[in-house]
Design a protein around this ligand. Sequence first.
Ligand code: NAI
Ligand code: MG
Length: 369
Amino acid sequence: MATHKLLLLPGDGIGPEIMTEVKKIIAWFNARGGDTFETDQGLVGGSAYDAHGKSISEADMAKAMAADAVIFGAVGGPKWDKVPYDVRPEAGLLRLRKDMQLFANLRPAICYPALADASSLKREIIEGLDILIVRELTGGVYFGEPKEIIDLPNGQKRGIDTQVYDTYEIERIAAVAFELARTRRNEVCSMEKRNVMKSGVLWNDVVTATHAARFSDVKLSHMLADAGGMQLVRWPKQFDVIVTDNLFGDMLSDVAAMLTGSLGMLPSASLGAPDAATGKRKALYEPVHGSAPDIAGTGAANPIAMIASFAMCLRYSFEKVAEADLLDRAISATLDKGLRTKDIASEGSTVIGTSQMGDAIVAELNALS
Ligand code: NAI
Ligand code: MG
């Protein structure tokens, strides 16, 4: 029986509140027998800054690097709006992403049956939706050099960002997408703008070559990213896995996420490269939402995005597919009973708080197993 080391970084605002609920889920899996999860906890974001003047300490960075997975809450809040740029709360998360080299960002968009009417789209368009966006997270125009604003001789200024992708960066994100597709419906759609961007031409070539060399069993299609945005809203169920670059992925994943409703429901995973010796990937799991300072301390936060992020951790870091499915079903069953936090409440539902939602999901785990 294996022991898996988790580093919990609750962060700021509602971060600690939703982390408390994940701890109930982890305790449930530990009590059940089988592999165990050993948890350690650290400080990140504004709470770390308050404690020692940095958005994450070297000691906690070292723990993150040594952990089998990092479970991250959220950082930031008005309290830290004026702290120096390099120690602002978000810097802690950026440091984690950079040092752990988390190049693959996974954002599922799933429609829970009980919430099919919460979308701005018609029920038949989103009912049963289950897609996964794989976004490249460490390259592209957000990081490419030169990146500057320069003065021109004519008195004007010029803002410059540079889209840069090397073969290996495209190859490794494509491989992640193909591998994930094999565990799903076995289809990948790659999105870029090869009609107007050289990096798009290379993206298309490398994805095609990677597919031919190692993943020809997976069905591959290509779409221009702007058309992809339209298709996501028109008929999202045509997609299984979408793979795209950092910039397009930022936008397309936000579009896909909102197809199904509330920010409090959206999990994410960020994966690094497999370790040469062990084959294990560094990984960080976090809700898509932020620290929600407007509701922090009121007990109203929806813990589902955080708990579903732990389900992704079970699935992608520990290959515990049955356990991940069980946890996803427990979330779904809780919603089926009409239990809702305020952010997802609808007519006839029962509004409960953060802690009761965690308890209700644990109760469904007991009922389903
Ligand atoms: P936010 O995601 O924190 O909140 C946006 C709105 O959604 C708020 O009205 C909030 O109450 C609600 N909301 C978010 N999560 C919820 C949940 N689990 N349950 C119920 N309602 C929820 O984004 P906002 O307000 O733009 O940013 C607040 C702070 O969070 C800022 O300091 C921002 O920089 C930070 N932030 C941090 C992120 C991270 O840690 N990865 C990501 C996004 C923002
Ligand atoms: Mg975004």
